[in-house]
Design a protein around this ligand. Structure first.
Ligand code: PHE
Length: 349
């Protein structure tokens, strides 16, 4: 039975440090660690004996014991460093084996979202669209007002993202992380005159609880075509052609009515499910269809707002979710995989 006393603690300290001096191998060092600071080491045993002491001696010896413990740990790591370095130097000799393989340099690759953005924009570029980008921090005016979403509109609830506490004399209200790429519709129309055919890829933010198909940030591609005489048939034809190029000849598409304040009429477009060919399965929630974008004819109020005469010019717009499409193409089951930085996922592209 070891008696916990200041003398015993001191004896352990002196003996252990002397022993440490003479150690020359990492194995020896490990043995030293086990017998002094390990769970059954002598110092630990002494500290364990504290429980049977009266409170005052317990405090005093506990403090002394912990000081020695900290000292042991510090000396241990210093010694380890010294030994490792010595071993490293000892292993270097004059003969270099030139036949040994070199260190592989891991190659980087494009993020799956980036690849998808490039593929999708490519499909539109080949149909005569131009690519533009816009700011991720956007004025209230472009994100909402110019898109026919006034201050009290219920659509704003879901779109209350992060507001930036900054106001400008001209713009007035503060800025927010944009909730969609649609603000670029107004920005582009203000700066140019028709004909316009552009796609705008970019990051968007939502007030959203995440799950397998929802992220609070994601990438959209906005599309806008404005000219004299653009009709709903142009919208359908363009998006149909896009779906065919992206998903293959055999995919069917479906348009249904949907509501967005900045288009009239508004639609959403679905493609028949890649997993079951439209028969109904888990991936498409048994509907046979998967929704991939919102679209519609640009609302006359949006055109008026940027100074275009809606009796002369018409146009269509669409917004598609890039990760959703990548999920469809590659059978990815959880949208959160895109942004959790797991290289095993990222390396697959
Ligand atoms: N901006 C809409 C959204 O984020 C999508 C959309 C774009 C709908 C353009 C119609 C026209 O949900």
């Amino acid at each position: 039975m070891v008696v916990t006393s200041l003398d015993n603690i001191e004896a352990v300290r002196v003996a252990a440090l002397a022993e440490l001096e003479s150690i020359e191998t990492l194995e020896g060092l490990e043995r030293w660690r086990v017998s002094h600071v390990g769970r059954n080491g002598d110092l630990t045993k002494l500290l364990r004996g504290l429980g049977s002491l009266d409170p005052e001696s317990r405090r005093e010896m506990g403090a002394a014991g912990n000081r020695v413990k900290a000292l042991f740990e510090e000396r241990l790591s210093v010694k380890e460093e010294v030994l490792k370095r010595a071993l490293l130097y000892a292993s270097v000799d004059d003969s270099i084996d030139v036949t040994l393989p070199g260190w592989p340099i891991p190659g980087g690759r494009l993020h799956p979202t980036t690849r998808m953005v490039r593929d999708l924009c490519g499909a539109f570029v080949s149909m005569g669209f131009q690519i533009m980008e816009g700011p991720e921090v956007e004025w209230d005016r472009y994100n909402f007002e110019a898109l026919n979403i006034p201050r009290d509109h219920p659509a704003r609830d879901m779109w209350n993202t992060l507001w930036v506490n900054y106001a400008d004399e001209r713009e007035g209200r503060p800025m927010l992380l944009r909730t969609h790429t649609s603000p670029m519709q107004a920005r582009i129309m203000e700066k140019t005159s028709p004909p316009i055919r552009v796609v705008v890829p970019g990051k968007c933010y939502r007030y959203e609880a995440t799950d397998a198909t929802h992220e609070w940030h994601f990438v959209q591609i906005e599309g806008l075509a404005v000219d004299r005489g653009i009709t709903f048939s142009d919208l359908k034809g363009t998006l149909y052609e896009f779906a065919r190029r992206t998903f293959g000849e055999e995919r069917r598409v479906r348009f249904r009515c949907d509501y967005f304040p900045f288009v009239e009429p508004g639609v959403d477009m679905s493609v028949d499910c890649f997993a079951c060919d439209g028969g109904g399965c888990r991936v498409c929630s048994n509907t046979g269809w998967i929704e991939i974008l919102g679209a519609g004819m640009v609302h006359p109020r949006v055109l008026e707002g940027v100074g275009y005469d809606p009796s002369i010019y018409t146009g269509f717009a669409f917004g598609l979710g890039v990760e959703r499409i990548a999920m469809l193409k590659h059978g990815i089951e959880d949208i959160r995989s895109f942004y959790s930085n797991d290289v095993r996922f990222l390396q697959q592209t």
